[in-house]
Unconditional design. Sequence first.
Lengths: 139, 409
Amino acid sequence: MMNNNGSKKVVLRFPQEVADRPIVCELALRFGLRFNILRASISPHREGIMVMELIGNRDKQEEGLEFLREKGVFVEPLSQDIRMVEERCYHCGTCVGLCPTGALSMERPSFLVRYDPAKCIACELCVLACPTHAMEALL
Amino acid sequence: MGTKLRTYEEINEKIKKGQVVVVTAEEVVDLVREKGVERVAREVDVVTTGTFGIMCSSGAFLNIGHTKPRMKIHEAYLNGVMAYAGLAAVDLYIGATQPAKDDPLNKVHPGEFRYGGGHVIQDLVAGKDVLLEAYAYGTDCYPRKKLVTWINIRDLNEAYLFNPRNAYQNYNVAVNLSDKTIYTYLGVLLPRMGNAGYSSAGQLSPLLNDPYYRVIGIGTKIFLGGGIGYVAWQGTQHNPAVERTERGIPKGGAGTIAVIGDLKGMSPHWLWGVSIRGYGCSLALGLGIPIPILDEETLYYCSVSDEEILAPVVDYSHAYPYGTGEILGYVSYAELRSGKITIGGKEVPTSPMSSYSKAREVALTLKKWIQEGKFTLTQPVAQLPGVESGVRFKNLVERPVEASVIIGR
């Protein structure tokens, strides 16, 4: 039988009216999914944002995310939220030594900085450190 | 070693005839490993070096032309960034690290420093219109008191880069031994040696290929910001008398150069305004110097590799800001460039602030210019102060001041 397990990183946006409800726990209780919260914050307007890695059966992942959408949560894949603006990067690599997951790496022998969104957990250290604002967070 | 192989005139003659042999300071490393110094020195006429990084102590002189009625500018802003106007009537100096007047600086730490003097220089070079706001007190011969206009580099009488200190010969490697993240000019440094910041092109860096300033001197023609420049003087903080390795490589920041060049001939591809989180604004730029292989010794020094260049590791949470002089150890640029170094048994990822790929591009561009006959070499008119000159970097010794003479702020 084909193994249909995997992990997926998503950004969840909670509008003000759902930000205080216990919704996320249902991913585990109803859908048997494991999740790892990478980042969570509530804005001054009481909207919530959460970056999480979902682990488990892929079909269940889709069902779980559909459940969240029905509850009013906006779901987006993470990769769209941290991006590298190539023309603003001069490939110093200050971000490479800060990146905790290897999403940013120094290619050799070209010494060009490469970005792999699949490995990004949106910690935003690169956004903080980039001297030319080449790394952008849309979170 | 001391036998003369060729003169500047002979090299320039070969450049004109398209017969010159040029390699970069990176290419020469393997070439010498393969063939030896003696043979390569006979074959190669010029070695090109290059560096690209954030170089504070940079800026540009601008002459905007006279207004009608005339004005002796007392205070000036370019896109909201203060330019120094205490020169004459319409001469300005825009310094790379000057933040915009309304910048919140580090009031909310770490500050973003989104726009400053370096960005103004980049915008000028890119041919963008820049907003000039200027004020004066008015004189009989210069009555005008206020000026608000757009300016563009093409209309300026003069626009030239004049950088008092560039191309540092070697530099510190910065780590953070404290328990909280710190924000330095060598980048964001994570607590407990979470990473190490450094900034040198190592084996490609101009002054590391001429460690005793034998050929690079005042008047040397260089690649500056994608155009032509010259070495104008020794840079500020030039410090030749530091400890050196057996092959003469300084084991820390040593020589520097002041450079000058026509901004109108430069390109935004090689001049970038930068924002260093929690620290300030600056300018990143590309600079390259050709080294004429006058004798074997010149080539020997050019063949230095990253393995042979050592940099001191310094704690930027305490030792650097408080000037204790403590060094945690030395690492080579080969180790730094590998992506991790080991300090006190701990593996630490490295965060370079200068771009090795662009340093390489500078050296390759200069090589191409020379090969195509577009760039000839100049002989220095005077030497930079060397190891024996007695020139030494000094710290300030503060002296007590009577309260009655303090001007205040």
